[in-house]
Design a protein around this ligand. Structure first.
Ligand SMILES: [Zn+2]
Length: 231
């Protein structure tokens, strides 16, 4: 693909974790507004493995072998096969957690993942190196920047904000007013089950409606936006 910055100065991208059943509703909203997202998935969990409750909402991972097709048009990325805290693993277990997720996702969707998100946002220099060694080109943290500026250190890429951030609406309006000289990125992350737990799907839909349909904004997956034409 071509480098979006040749034709655009602003890009919007989303990043959602864990592959839960609420992703289906999120996907429908993204489809409706023509937005693109990266889904960070745990291929070693699924169905009842790791089912839990979040603020009254049932959180259940989808069985990816049955449901991988629902993510067509978006990007699939690594989130650890079993969602373990990578900073606590032995070198061998760390390698396995990353590579087995990468390879299972590659076989399910036919494309080798190039991106990832750190489970629990936990990482250190050793974990970053293990990601790089596995061919992962960018990894998302959970540290909000409230900024749209490009970042150089993609193995610890910091998002603009989480979707529940009280500053989100202001950030969206600030982003829409920009007339930047250099490329700027609005990057929103979260978990789709949080919309069930906080009963705020409508707020997210309003955000998507505001962001959608601007002919001078590029709507891409994380890889398309962060790696530009290198994909
Ligand atoms: Zn997660």
């Amino acid at each position: 693909m071509t480098d979006w910055t040749q034709h655009y100065k602003r890009a919007v991208t989303f990043s959602y974790d864990d592959g839960n059943e609420q992703d289906l509703r999120l996907l429908e909203i993204l489809r409706q507004y023509g937005l693109r997202c990266t889904f960070n998935l745990n291929s070693g969990l699924g169905g009842d493995a790791g089912t839990w409750e979040y603020e009254g909402a049932l959180v259940r991972r989808m069985v990816l072998s049955e449901r991988i097709g629902c993510y067509a048009g978006h990007e699939i990325a690594v989130h650890g096969a079993k969602h373990l805290n990578m900073t606590e693993l032995s070198d061998a277990a760390l390698h396995e957690e990353i590579v087995s997720d990468r390879d299972t996702l590659a076989s399910l969707c036919g494309t080798v993942p190039v991106g990832a998100a750190y489970p629990y946002g936990a990482y250190d220099a050793r974990v970053m190196e293990a990601m790089r060694a596995a061919g992962i080109r960018y990894v998302r943290t959970v540290n909000s920047t409230h900024s749209f500026a490009p970042q150089e250190a993609l193995l610890a890429f910091h998002p603009t904000c989480h979707h529940d951030d009280p500053a989100l609406e202001t950030l969206v309006e600030d982003f829409l007013r920009l007339e930047p000289e250099t490329p700027q990125v609005l990057y929103i992350w979260g978990h789709s089950y949080e919309f069930d737990g906080h009963r705020n799907w409508d707020r997210f839909e309003r955000i998507c409606e505001r962001l959608a349909g601007h002919p001078d904004i590029f709507y891409g997956t994380n890889a398309q936006v962060l790696l530009r034409g290198e994909m």
